[in-house]
Write a protein that binds this ligand. Sequence first.
Ligand code: TXA
Ligand code: MG
Length: 331
Amino acid sequence: MRTWTLDIAAPDWKEAPEADAVCAALMAGYLVAVPTETVYGLAADATNGTACAKIFAAKGRPQFNPLISHVQTLDAALEHGVFDERALALAEAFWPGPLTLVVPKRPDSTISDLATAGLQTVALRVPVGPVMRFLAEKTGRPLAAPSANRSGKISPTRAEDVVADLGPSLSFVIDAGACAVGIESTIVGLVDGTPRLLRPGGLAREDIERVLGQSLQGASPDMRPDAPAAPGMLTSHYAPDAAMILNASEVNTADGLLSFGADRLPGADRAQAEFNLSPAGDLAEAAANLFRAMRFLDAKGVRVIKVQFIPSFGLGEAINDRLRRAAAPRD
Ligand code: TXA
Ligand code: MG
């Protein structure tokens, strides 16, 4: 594995010699860890089924869940998906950005069946993070990329998290520092008459509903390949080693504490380790810190992480979704 460390604020990172080497690796079907504004992605050429199979093997994903394909522009996305008026409106309003659109797959799309898990639909995203867009443009390939963590573990927001989890599977890791949003993209399904929120994420539901002029419905079972079989049950995901207790009312000695805002829980000062997601109570800051905070408390070796109440509006919906999954019973 080689590391390409770059500063996206510097004007000339695209001219670095590593840029050619990374593109050659992708074209040859190897895996590259690529930063985006949400989380680090485990990227492969989406048109190459063998390369996509390596993603599932590296992650240890039990099933072939469909992957998000990343492209550089809306025009590039139109080569792979059928965009109705609503999809176009959302793409124009929020791309590049932390929004993934699931739309009908074009019959002539070059994206492999393995990337879409054989579905007639395709998940497409134009990220803000310029590295993924640059690589898609330079290779001329859509890039399939799930979060660069082993299945069921915490998503990576820094290159060192990726290396610790997946290093041996990678030909390259591109290190551009910490991800600004810190939580995965919001996924919206636009495949039938009903716009559906398939996964809350880094773009708030309220912003999407404002552009659509209607509210988002929940996922229907056939739209959620990774959904639990029994309604009401949550798949364990994003799990730290410690047990998680949400909406805690008090903190005991030896607990880890994931706090939020300025209010202190009873016993907070007894915590063995604490991470405040946002002392100012800012949900965007809390989202950006969430996965790093879980890793930090886990590394302290606490057996229980107590989580303070976090409101569910705006990005709070995605934060609470990830926390509920982290707290769900594990296999
Ligand atoms: O922010 C993100 O979205 C990150 C970065 C790397 O872009 N990627 C990411 O990918 O979170 P991943 O593989 O962890 O999540 C992809 C999810 C799948 O589990 C599935 O639920 C949904 O996207 N998905 C993909 N294609 C779909 C489809 N055709 N229909 C329904 N859901 C789909
Ligand atoms: Mg993931």
